[in-house]
Design a binder for this molecule. Structure first.
Ligand code: NAG
Ligand code: NAG
Ligand code: NAG
Length: 581
């Protein structure tokens, strides 16, 4: 984690009643806050002029404990010397007296959490280094580096390599798109995850990407004391919670009207993963049947609210502020796009750029007819540019020229030098819209239903290419009805004629994104779980009827774990393992 330098001026008092781990967390929060300040300083040169406003922001981000500290911060000179009011403990906690990583595991102090965390991390690290298990090869180096760094958190305080960390500083992600961040892919999901893992780092957390499914399960089983939470897809989560060999024995409950698959599974084969630790990361959320194809994908038979996480939508994080209780983890491309120069309107080409990567998009039934693009491309004073890749059997609309696929950098240059970016209907909810606005290039987006509406879930329905962007409105985002050529041409002309400044929605700026992530990470999932149980007459809610069946029918869910498999629990857990519900 990049931490600004600081000197060591006088200490301030921290109440002695704080426990060691509180202090450690506290000190990490504070380190994180400094990092944020530091970054804000880089991003927003005005930050030094408005310290009070930002002080308020920081208060929002912080936990109660850190809040007290923020209040004692001097009100001026954020950019100045940072005081050393981190009271890093110099004594080992009582339980960890005698903890020595070089000694044998059986000599570890019994109640020393750090010792358990260290052993668990080492086992996962060694397994990763050997790589004999089924794994995503491209995540190997990242995982090894991360796990090795993590071991420093769990060393005795006296060790020169010891590093103060959050008590549980790791996210174990089994989601493909978190892994893809490592390869630098550029789909919407990856851009979201890329931003979120950067934010994680700023807040002092790290992640490993472990897949496929069984690998992810095994790592979760191997390091129960290390991870803060588990991330995975909707499908893998449904697969796990409905599999008595995956989900903790105490947390298995068959879905509504479904067979109890736990009958006959021996105790030693029952799963150990707590249901509340399973968090879904998803680009779309659990969308109701009336505005999605979820009758097809999930076999939904009724309209309305639902969740593919049995505990509720609170366990589903998405990049959008969706209706219901989904958790909004915004992404920000601020850091990236603020560096890009803005081309003045008069220096730009009299051109509009079509937002489309694949020629197949032009053949989707709901997009505008090909003749619209033919006609738009023939307007004399308007150049229609395109970077679409022509696919076999999917010809481009007549008259439309393409310069072919561009690198991300070249594409950004292109976007910054036209007067409008024109969505033609696909891909849905693409982040490209935001990087265009960030380069002061207005966007034009279609909707597909004449009686288009934007209230509640409809904003996130497939009734338009990008509801949240349409909601921003003119002069940033113009909309047109996909079956009305006049409407399209007017929208493009108005967008091209109206210069805008760089625009980033408030909730996609770094301060807001960090505040959301920080709140997300400080949620007491176990406490939330207890409350869900209490509100459900003491039972774990059952998964909606038909969801599991449909998931397997479409072969989207994972094969259940094999008969005879025993979870990879750490050795000290075999006897001690108790999860109370
Ligand atoms: C830390 O250890 C030293 C030496 O063992 C001892 O004198 C001191 O009281 C300890 N401090 C705390 C806060 O336990
Ligand atoms: C496109 O242009 C042709 C030729 O001018 C015209 O016949 C046709 O109606 C136009 N199509 C649309 C959708 O405006
Ligand atoms: C098409 O769009 C134009 C411009 O927005 C509008 O004036 C016209 O009424 C629309 N045509 C239809 C058939 O809705």
């Amino acid at each position: 984690m990049p931490v600004p330098r600081w000197t060591r001026p006088p200490k301030i008092n921290i109440p002695i009643s704080r426990t060691y781990s509180q202090k450690r967390n506290l000190c990490f929060m504070v380190l994180a806050l400094f990092t944020i300040l530091f970054l804000l300083g880089l991003l927003h040169p005005t930050v030094q002029h408005g310290p009070l406003e930002h002080l308020d922001r920081l208060k929002e981000w912080s936990t109660d404990k850190a809040q007290n500290l923020v209040q004692v911060l001097p009100e001026e000179g954020w950019g100045g010397t940072v005081k050393d009011w981190l009271d890093i403990p110099h004594n080992e906690s009582g339980e960890c007296k005698g903890w020595d990583p070089k000694s044998l595991e059986e000599n570890d102090p019994v109640d020393c959490l750090k010792a358990r965390q260290y052993r668990q991390t080492m086992r996962v690290l060694e397994r990763e280094e050997k790589s004999e298990h089924d794994h995503w090869y491209f995540t190997k180096q990242h995982n090894i580096d991360t796990l090795r760094d993590l071991t420093f958190c769990f060393l005795p305080i006296t060790d020169a390599n010891w590093m103060p960390c959050h008590e549980k500083p790791l996210i174990v992600s089994g989601w493909w798109y978190t892994a893809e961040v490592i390869t630098g892919a550029t789909t919407g999901e990856v851009i979201w995850q890329g931003s979120v893992v950067k934010q994680l780092k700023m807040l002092g957390y790290s992640f490993i990407a472990v897949g496929p499914y069984v690998n992810w399960i095994e790592v979760a089983e191997m390091m129960p004391d290390v991870y803060h939470l588990l991330w995975s897809s909707d499908l893998d989560t449904v697969s796990c919670v409905t599999d008595p060999r995956c989900i903790a024995k105490e947390h298995y409950i068959p879905p509504e009207d479904a067979e109890d698959l736990s009958i006959g599974v021996p105790d030693e084969e029952r799963g150990v993963i707590p249901i509340w630790a399973l968090n879904i990361v998803d680009y779309w959320g659990a969308r109701p049947r009336e505005m999605s194809n979820n009758h097809y994908w999930w076999g939904l038979s009724e309209d309305g609210d639902w969740s593919y996480h049995p505990l509720g939508q609170e366990w589903i994080a998405t990049p959008w502020p969706l209706p219901g209780n989904h958790y909004h983890l915004p992404y920000t491309i601020e850091e990236y796009c603020m560096k890009m120069p803005i081309t003045p309107h008069e220096e730009r080409k009299d051109a509009a750029l079509l937002l489309a990567k694949r020629s197949a998009y032009f053949h989707y039934p709901y997009v505008s007819p090909a003749s619209f693009w033919t006609n738009l491309s023939q307007i004399p004073d308007l150049e229609l540019l395109s970077t679409v890749e022509e696919e076999e059997g999917k010809p481009l609309p007549e008259g439309l020229q393409t310069m072919g696929r561009q690198s991300r950098e070249d594409y950004e240059v292109l976007v910054g030098n036209v007067k409008a970016l024109v969505g033609m209907g696909a891909p849905p909810i693409s982040p490209s819209i935001y990087s265009s606005l960030c380069q002061a290039t207005p966007v034009v987006i279609p909707y597909f239903q004449e009686d288009y509406r934007m209230d509640g879930w409809w904003l996130y329905s497939s009734w338009s290419q990008h509801g949240p962007a349409i909601a921003i409105g003119e002069p940033y985002v113009y909309k047109y009805y996909a079956q009305n050529y006049t409407d399209l041409e007017h929208a493009v002309r108005r967008a091209m004629a109206t210069p805008i400044d760089r625009f980033i929605p408030e909730d996609m700026k770094l301060p807001y994104a960090l505040s959301q992530l920080s709140k997300y990470l400080s949620r007491d999932l176990k406490g939330m779980f207890d409350k869900v149980i209490l509100d459900n007459e003491g039972n774990i809610p059952r998964l909606k009827k038909g969801v599991q069946e449909r998931c397997y029918e479409l072969k989207r869910c994972r094969d259940p774990l094999t008969k005879g498999r025993v979870p990879s629990t750490p050795p000290d857990r075999v006897t001690r393992h108790v999860i109370e519900i």
